[in-house]
Design a protein around this ligand. Structure first.
Ligand SMILES: [Zn+2]
Length: 520
């Protein structure tokens, strides 16, 4: 009888602060979260299971926002969750840098898991996180290599002061070298990559602009020695095999757990007999009540903080009931966010988008309302833009709506392959009309600043969030603009400050964008 070995990998990613199965906008129970993941792990973990998380955990929920404001008072709730679940490995994602490098390093030092990352360096060429990979040698079993890898695109989003003197190496080139080094030393090679796929997995057609943000397709098409490629970042649901490699991506917020089984047999050396990949839906599992007990103190104080009333809405209703209409008719809350951005930046024009889903503000505004409306850990950048480039940027945004079957609809590009309604910006400080009967690039009509037509040569200051300023959402036009200044404050904090200073919110002049069509 040949010796056999069964290896199992369980993996999560893009948890974005979802420790509990809780929607902080109204405290209702969600069908995702690490408290559900916990019961999946309990069911599927055995003695040869590797449990890992592929990053983007530290930002994205009110709990994490509250924690980073009070970082010295409480241990990070994500640390408590990681240690409770006994993760073996952690691979950092781009959002894990959002609250500064110190915050991330504190997290890395506080978890019992090993952090693996092979392509981020300090400028003295040493690795930012000590371990690039790990080789596990099982007793009477195979040698399994796990390589950590992070999207190199971080400098395009991050506050430059947070990543000063850090070098992000091309993920594909870096991995090629690492695999070359490990291929004779390991029987199984697992790559854990905080990044996704730049091409359709079936047709290999590029469906996003190939910026280097996601290099999964290049990896699976060119590096033959890999057995398993666990991906993240795009929040997609993937479990397929391609070129003999198991490919998997487990959505976001602990909605799924990636499970990969690798069965090996010993014939002079360990070889893979077969393997399988599967996504386990955590909605089918109950919550583990111990998760709340684990983070009770910081969670309870966070709840009290969220319910503190900080202001009133007068005149206009700032609740968002329908996301499509909120963008089609530009909801006053968009103008409110722009109003805050204009005040603190002193720019002439402001642009903002709405997240995929928001609740808006009730009559009595609490911190909870603000955090569930402005969910991103963004800061502001003031840029100089001329009329010509401004128009180009507006044209790109004007592609959001299309007329189809006599109905105004959203351009599918904004929901496939990834839900990204947050890449439709709405502007204040200018007035414009979008004629969706016209072809892309010719839709902006009647563009005015202070009642005057905007000329190509006019110069404006424009405030946008740091994600957009660095070209996020494939807005390349922003990359070449002169940065006048960057504000180091979180936009949600500015909104909270603004409400506390004004108490009674009045929103005016929000009907500055008109969307017209004769056919629809
Ligand atoms: Zn990411």
């Amino acid at each position: 009888m040949n010796k056999t070995f069964r290896l199992r990998i369980l993996s999560t990613s893009d948890i974005h602060g979802a420790v509990l199965a809780k929607d902080y906008a109204d405290n209702s129970e969600t069908d995702y979260g690490l408290s559900r993941v916990s019961n999946v792990i309990k069911q599927y973990r055995n003695e040869s299971t590797i449990l890992m998380d592929i990053g983007d955990d530290l930002q994205g929920s009110p709990l994490m926002y509250f924690h980073q404001l009070n970082r010295n008072k409480y241990l990070n709730p994500m640390t408590k969750a990681f240690n409770y679940l006994k993760y073996d490995y952690f691979i950092p994602g781009n959002h894990d840098f959002n609250y500064g490098l110190d915050y991330l390093v504190d997290f890395v030092n506080s978890i019992n898991s090993k952090t693996l990352c092979s392509n981020i360096y300090k400028n003295d060429k040493s690795l930012l996180f000590n371990n690039p990979y790990e080789i596990i040698e099982y007793k009477n079993g195979p040698k399994v290599a796990i390589i950590g890898l992070t999207t190199q695109y971080i400098p395009n989003w991050e506050n430059p002061s947070y990543i000063k003197d850090i070098i992000f190496e091309n993920a594909f080139e870096s991995l090629k070298k690492t695999v070359e080094e490990l291929k004779e030393k390991a029987d199984v090679i697992i790559v854990a990559y905080h990044g996704g796929f730049e091409k359709d997995l079936e047709t290999d057609e590029a469906y996003v602009v190939d910026t280097g943000e996601n290099l999964g397709s290049r990896i699976v098409n060119n590096i033959n020695e890999i057995d398993v490629l666990i991906t993240a970042h795009q929040h997609r649901h993937i479990a397929v095999e391609k070129n003999g490699v198991s490919l998997i991506q487990a959505g976001a917020k602990g909605s799924y757990v990636a499970k990969i089984d690798v069965n090996l047999v010993y014939k002079d050396r360990w070889i893979i007999e077969n393997k399988s990949q599967e996504l386990i839906n955590t909605a089918d599992f109950p919550c583990d009540g111990m998760m709340y007990e684990t983070i009770k103190e910081v969670e309870d104080d966070c709840q009290a903080f969220l319910d503190k009333k900080i202001g009133n809405v007068v005149l206009d209703n700032l609740e968002v009931k329908d996301m499509f209409l909120a963008r089609l008719n530009k909801h006053p809350i968009v103008t409110f966010i722009n109003q805050v951005q204009l005040k603190y930046s002193k720019a002439m024009i402001s642009a903002t988008s709405l997240p995929n889903e928001v609740t808006g503000f009730s009559k009595d505004i609490t911190v909870r309302n603000v955090l569930s409306t402005y969910i991103y850990a963004n800061t502001l950048s003031v840029l100089e833009v001329n009329g010509k480039v401004l128009r180009k940027i507006l044209e790109k945004n004007a592609e959001y709506f299309i007329c189809e079957d006599n109905e105004i609809k959203v351009n599918p590009r904004f929901y496939y392959p990834k839900l990204q309604h947050y890449n439709y910006d709405m502007f204040d400080g200018i007035e414009y009309v979008i004629d969706i009967d016209k072809e892309f690039g010719k839709r902006i009509v009647n563009l005015k600043y202070q009642d005057k037509d905007v000329l190509d040569s006019d110069i404006f200051t424009l405030v946008v969030n740091n994600y957009r300023a660095s070209g996020g959402g494939d807005f390349d036009e922003y990359k070449n603009l002169k940065v006048i200044r960057a504000l180091p404050f979180d936009i949600a904090e500015l909104i909270i400050d603004y409400i506390i200073a004004h108490r009674d919110l009045k929103i005016e002049n929000y009907n500055n964008i008109k969307i017209i069509s004769k056919k629809c």
